[in-house]
Every structure is written in C-alpha cells, then in structure tokens.
Write a protein that binds this ligand. Structure first.
Ligand SMILES: [Zn+2]
Ligand SMILES: [Zn+2]
Length: 265
C-alpha cells in the first residue's frame, strides 16, 4: 500500500547557491505534485559565502512577505542549519551580527544565527562537513545529536544516515521521541546504495521505538519537490507504520510542530 505523504519540508531554492529554483517555482511544483505543505529550508552554512555577513543571508529575513497560503499550498519558513561542533552548536552562533542589512544596530550580543533564524518556523539541523568529529567517540557524537534535538528551534534531525558520523541510534531516537522531534528519512540519501543500510536501520529502529519521522525530498530543483520514490520504497519494504510519518498530512505535520513547541502563526 503506497503511503500518503502530503508535506515536503526539506527543500532548497537558488538562495542555497547550488540549487536552482525560485520559491514561486517550488510552490508551483508542490501544487502540481499534490503537496499540501511546502517547507523551504535553504542552507544556513559556511558553504554559501566566504564572508559571513547578514547581507549574504538576507533571503531568510524577509520571508514574512511570502503568502502563508500560496496557490493552495501552506508555505513554511525554515532553514537547514549546519551542526558545526561536537557540542551540537550551529553555524552562526559564534558569529557576531552587530548590524542589520541597512546598517542599523542590532541588540548588543546578537549573533548571525539569532538574526537569521529569529522569524523562521523551524530548523532542520544537519552535518555537511563532519571533519570536526574525526576521532570522536560514539558517546561524543551521540551527545552532539542529543544536544541538537534538545535545541528549541530544531524540528528535524536532517539526513543523519548520510552525514557519515556514527552514533548510538537508539539513544538519539529516544531523545527525539522525548522532545517530540522528528528524524528525517531523506530521499536524496537513498538515491545511491551507499547510505541505504544505515538509513534503513534508522527507519527500522524508529518504527520499533515509536519515533516520528519526516520523509523529505531535499529537492534542489523544482521538479524534485514532493517526490520521494526511494524513501517510500524502503519504508514499504520494512512495513513502516504510516502513523509515524508526521508529514502524511497537513494536520499531522502542524500537530507535530505544535508538539515540538513550534506553533505556526
Ligand atoms: Zn544542498
Ligand atoms: Zn538539504
């Protein structure tokens, strides 16, 4: 029985620089694919620009002008933030942001992370460059993901099966469940065999431990929005329970966000 997956909350626009669609194109693609909820989550990461200044990240701070209901699609504002240390800190948390884009002064002590993420609905936290974890113990990497899941703005732990950092799956999943956070099953991670087994293991344990997941396209171009064939195939193979797929419908997804303390206004 195929699953109903009506939300795609890990998607990129050309603001990610190695992605190619505008938000309008993604909304149109979501509508065409039957996606009820589109979450836009461009990279908030050092991979974008050599200079880490708010002017390079202003795409994030004006998303309040996007229609919440846009051509029949509920549009959520998010970011995919890089996890950058074993302490589970995020890109931008140690970068001062003393001024806004036109030069007015921010509150003393403001960081780039504060200013960029302040008005967003949710964050996906992912590791893209795991070199900081080279030589770390599983206890350390597990503590890192635990800290990430306990961070109040984070809704989703992104593509942990692809990040190449081993961790104690049961412990991290249990922390996710306790904090009502979601574990991502990322279609893009399953497009090659390389990460398949660890992604499947994460999904199997999520099913057994009763942890909510979110199935994502991680689309970097509009036609990929709302398409999850590899993830759906793997979940079907392991008979993953549909009630744990928290983006199976609009109400389930918004309910999961509320449970995580991330009410969409
Ligand atoms: Zn990307
Ligand atoms: Zn992504």
């Amino acid at each position: 029985m195929p699953y109903t997956i009506a939300g795609d909350i890990h998607t990129h626009t050309l603001a990610s620089r190695h992605a190619y669609a505008t938000i309008s194109e993604n909304v149109a693609a979501a509508r065409a694919a039957g996606v009820e909820v589109l979450g836009s989550t461009d990279h908030f990461s050092m991979m974008l620009y050599p200079e880490q200044h708010i002017r390079n990240f202003q795409f994030f701070i004006n998303q309040g002008i996007w229609p919440r209901e846009w051509d029949g699609v509920t549009v959520l504002h998010g970011a995919e933030v890089d996890i950058v240390s074993l302490a589970g800190t995020f890109f931008g948390q140690d970068i001062p942001c003393p001024e806004g884009i036109v030069g007015h002064l921010n509150r003393p002590g403001s960081t780039l992370f504060d200013i960029v993420t302040r008005d967003l609905d949710y964050l996906i936290a992912s590791v893209h460059n795991g070199m900081f974890a080279d030589g770390a113990t599983v206890a350390q990497t597990t503590a890192m993901y635990t800290a990430v899941l306990e961070s109040p703005r984070v809704l989703v732990l992104g593509h942990a099966g692809r990040s190449g950092i081993p961790f104690d799956i049961d412990e991290v999943l249990t922390v996710a469940r306790e904090n009502h956070k979601l574990i991502e099953i990322n279609n893009h991670s399953l497009e090659s065999r390389r990460h398949h087994d660890v992604c499947q293991k994460i999904a199997e344990r999520a099913a057994e431990l009763g942890v909510g997941i979110v199935v994502s396209s991680d689309a970097h171009i509009a036609p990929a929005i709302g398409k999850f064939p590899c993830a759906e195939r793997m979940l079907e193979e392991i008979h993953f329970p549909e009630e744990l797929i928290m983006n199976r419908g609009r109400d389930a997804l918004l309910g999961a966000m509320a449970a995580a303390g991330l009410e969409v206004k």
